[in-house]
Design a protein around this ligand. Structure first.
Ligand code: MN
Length: 326
C-alpha cells in the first residue's frame, strides 16, 4: 500500500506525550483516501486525533468492495524504509511483488509481512482474474532506531495461531496474546489480532496493562468497553487495562492493535519513516534517481507490468525537529 497523497506533509510522530497512561475511550473518525485502481481506503492512522498506537503508525481499511467489473487494487511499485508493512485480507486476493524478487498471492487468513529496513520497493494488485470481493487492511509498524536499517525481508505465513473461546475467535497477526504468538518477526513489543465475535457474544479479552491499544471494526457493529463501534472509526483505549469488555449483538469482526508506547520520535513522509527531514530527502532522491544512475538502493520490482510511482514533491519547508529526538 502506498500513501497516494499528492502533497504529503512531513510530520513528526511518536514520543510519549500523546500516550494515555490510563484507560480512555477516544472515538477517532478516519478519512477516505483514493488509493488507485477502484480502491478507496479508510485511513484510521495517522489522523488529526492520533498518530501512533504502540509502534503501529499507519492503518488503512479497505472494502468490502465489489470489484467484479473493476480492476480492484492497482498499486504500482513504490518504496518504503524504516517500517514494516502488514498485509491482512478479509476477503479476496492481492498479489504482492517486491524488489527482493518475492511474488506471493495473499489470501484471507495469511500474513504478508514486509520489513523495509533501509530500503525496499513493492507492488500490490488484484490479479487480472479475481474474485468479486476485496476487503482488507494494510498496516505499518515503525521500526525502532536499533533495527530501522536492517536488510529488507519478506515473510509469508500461511497459518497463524488462533485463540478460540466460545463466541470469540482471535487470530494473532503480530505479537502475542494470552500465551499465543504470531510467527511474524516483530522489533518492538506489540500485538495485532483479528477478532471474530459471534452474535450474542459477551466476553473479556486479556490485555497487557503496559501496552496502549486501539480497536477498529471491519464488519458489523460491536460494543467495545461500552462504546458502539462501526467501520470507519478508530477507538483509542490508552494504557493500564488488564482486559477489555467486548459485546456483539450481531456477528462482528474487529482488529485489535496495541503495543508498548513508541518512545522515539519519528518523521513520516509519503512511504518513509525516518528520524530527520534530511533522511527523507535522501530517500526521495534515491527513489527518483534515473535507473542506472542512482545507487539502486530500492531496487526494481520484477514482473510488474508498468512503471513505478514517482515520489511527490517535498514540501518547501524542511521539517525542524522538535523536542527530544533519540
Ligand atoms: Mn506499500
Amino acid at each position: 500500500m502506498s500513501n497516494l497523497d499528492i502533497s504529503p506533509q512531513l510530520s513528526q510522530h511518536g514520543g510519549r506525550a500523546a500516550v494515555s497512561a490510563t484507560p480512555v475511550r477516544e472515538l477517532l473518525p478516519g478519512r477516505e483516501v483514493p488509493l488507485g485502481g477502484s480502491t478507496v481506503v479508510r485511513r484510521l492512522l495517522p489522523t488529526l486525533g492520533r498518530r501512533m498506537v504502540g509502534a503501529w503508525c499507519f492503518i488503512d481499511h479497505y472494502g468490502p468492495d465489489d470489484i467484479a467489473e473493476q480492476p480492484g487494487m492497482q498499486v504500482p511499485p513504490h518504496p518504503h524504509m524504516g517500517l514494516q508493512t502488514v498485509s491482512w485480507l478479509l476477503d479476496g486476493e492481492v498479489l504482492h511483488r517486491d524488489s527482493l524478487g518475492s511474488r506471493q498471492a495473499l489470501r484471507p487468513g495469511t500474513l504478508g509481512l514486509m520489513t523495509a529496513g533501509h530500503a525496499i520497493a513493492h507492488s500490490e494488485q488484484s490479479p487480472a482474474e479475481h474474485a468479486p470481493a476485496l476487503h482488507g487492511a494494510q498496516l505499518w509498524v515503525a521500526l525502532p532506531d536499533a533495527s530501522r536499517a536492517v536488510d529488507p525481508a519478506w515473510e509469508f505465513h500461511e497459518r497463524l495461531p488462533v485463540l478460540d473461546d466460545g463466541g470469540l475467535r482471535a487470530t494473532l497477526i503480530m505479537g502475542e496474546m494470552a500465551g499465543v504468538a504470531s510467527p511474524g518477526t516483530a522489533y518492538t513489543p506489540l500485538v495485532g489480532a483479528d477478532l471474530v465475535l459471534a452474535a450474542g457474544t459477551r466476553t473479556r479479552l486479556p490485555l497487557e496493562p503496559d501496552f496502549e491499544y486501539a480497536v477498529l471494526t471491519t464488519s458489523g457493529v460491536a460494543e467495545v468497553d461500552g462504546v458502539e463501534l462501526t467501520p470507519g472509526s478508530l477507538l483509542y483505549l490508552g494504557c493500564g487495562r488488564p482486559d477489555l469488555a467486548l459485546r456483539a449483538g450481531t456477528a462482528s469482526r474487529m482488529l485489535l492493535l496495541g503495543g508498548e508506547p513508541f518512545a522515539e520520535k519519528i518523521v513520516m513522509w509519503w512511504n518513509f519513516v525516518a528520524r530527520t527531514g534530511e533522511e527523507i530527502a535522501q530517500a526521495r532522491a534515491d527513489w527518483m534517481a534515473p535507473s542506472g544512475t542512482g545507487t539502486g538502493r530500492f531496487g526494481t520490482v520484477p514482473g510488474y507490468d508498468g512503471g513505478p510511482i514517482p515520489a511527490p514533491a517535498l514540501p518547501p519547508t524542511p521539517l525542524k525537529p522538535r523536542g527530544r529526538v533519540r
